[in-house]
Design a protein around this ligand. Structure first.
Ligand SMILES: *Cc1c(COP(=O)(O)O)cnc(C)c1O
Length: 403
């Protein structure tokens, strides 16, 4: 009996895909972003379900993630969004992955590798327009265009950029980014480089700027049933494919005034029962990413929450669901154990509870159970290939590549 597991409903993922497709501007297609193991849902499973539903293009961050998709039979376009290491490129070319180009020198390097393997390499040019992360700056465009013109084995099939403030609906900044993108496209065109496909929209921009759908929209968040922020909720209905579940392992009567957990941060206010589940912060339960408050109101909330926590009052803290009822977490969430104040006579050992767990923070070791066509279709445990060991480099090799 495992302590905590995740149930992924692939029908819900397909439903969300259908919703996205129904909102596409004519001529555009959905590129499913399945990076970070499909935001924790399982990249091969999600990509396979989406391919069945008609999806023809996928995006991941790393070459390793792309190869896992190919090994699992994904036939469509697979674009590697992140920067990658030239050492990985022979395998990437063999697997027919499309690489992102963010520097002119990469073309020359890739040309050598493709010529040796006798296989054409398809690339997408990434323009830096305001994210300040990776991409071609205006001064990189001429040398990149020159390298592409000289390359016989490297084909630029796409050109794209990525918005940094679309989810915040910062229209001025987003429009400025879009203008920079258009200028970059025009600069390339003037130098004879005209990739067939353009794509700029992530989930938020997809909803707000239908005129910018172009040839692809790159959608991750919406497919997994989330909204970039709550204000987008009215735009389209989505289903949540994700449930994290656990079972009650232990129940015990506790009189009023019983101290619970580390630092005794919780004290029962009445005679009750305390239940224990095998779930804790080692699984990602109760772990929150660092958030920068967005605006004054948000800042006040953060400050209040922290002041209250110092007084032992936890506002907006996790609630576990038992038989449809929200149950308070009693005290601090432990490494692998959590205590619930369930009240008298409400549950017994073995009862299922639903645990709120952020998808991308859920420990990849947790088993994922898949549902499709309304029934259970399989289970998956940790895939080592998603967490590949650092490739070993001899010192000689290091010198050769100048590292
Ligand atoms: C993650 C990512 C996306 C998808 O963004 P969502 O908002 O999750 O849809 C699109 N493009 C790039 C470059 C990304 O890194």
């Amino acid at each position: 009996m495992s302590g905590l597991w995740i149930e992924v409903d692939l029908d819900a993922v397909k439903f969300n895909y259908g919703q996205v497709v129904s909102r596409l501007s004519p001529g555009s297609r959905c590129m499913a972003v399945v990076k970070a193991d499909a935001y924790g849902l399982g990249a091969p499973e999600v990509a396979r379900a989406l391919e069945q539903a008609g999806c023809e293009a996928f995006a991941v961050t790393s070459v390793a993630e792309g190869i896992v998709l190919r090994e699992n039979g994904i036939q469509g376009l697979i674009l590697v969004l992140g920067p990658s290491d030239p050492q990985e490129w022979p395998a990437a070319v063999r697997a027919g992955l499309s690489l992102t180009i963010a520097a002119a020198a990469a073309i020359t390097e890739l040309e050598k590798i493709s010529a040796v393997s006798g296989r054409e390499a398809f690339v997408h040019l990434k323009l830096e327009s305001g994210m300040g992360r990776t991409g071609l700056w205006p001064e990189d465009i001429a040398p990149t265009a020159r390298a592409l013109t000289e390359a016989a084995w490297v084909q630029a099939s796409g050109i794209y950029t990525h918005f940094s403030r679309a989810a915040q609906r910062d229209e001025r900044y987003t429009r400025k980014q879009y203008e920079k993108f258009c200028q970059g496209v025009a600069q390339f065109a003037a130098l004879g480089i005209e990739p067939a496909w353009r794509h700029v929209c992530n989930s938020a921009a997809f909803l707000d700027y239908p005129a910018w759908h172009h040839d692809f929209v790159r959608i991750g968040t919406l497919l997994i049933g989330h909204y970039p922020q709550p204000a987008f909720r009215p735009f389209l209905p989505l289903k949540d494919p994700w449930r994290a579940k656990s079972r009650i392992q232990y129940v015990r009567q506790a009189p009023k005034g019983t101290c619970v957990g580390y630092q005794s941060l919780y004290k029962t206010r009445r005679d009750t029962e305390l239940a224990v589940i095998f779930a804790g912060y080692a699984d990602g339960f109760g772990v929150e990413p660092h958030m920068t408050p967005q605006g004054f109101f948000d800042l006040c909330k953060v400050v209040l929450k922290n002041i209250a926590a110092c007084c032992g009052v936890f506002l907006g803290r996790e609630k576990v669901t038992l038989k449809g009822r929200a149950i308070r977490v009693a005290g601090k969430i432990g490494m692998q154990l959590t205590v619930l104040d369930v009240g008298v006579g409400t549950c017994q050992v073995g009862d299922e509870v639903e645990v709120p767990l952020r998808r991308t923070l859920a420990n990849p070791r947790l088993p994922r159970k898949y549902w499709e066509d309304g029934r259970r279709i399989g289970e998956r445990r940790l895939r080592e290939e998603f967490y590949p060991a650092e490739p070993e480099r001899s010192d000689a090799e290091g010198e050769e590549t100048g590292r």
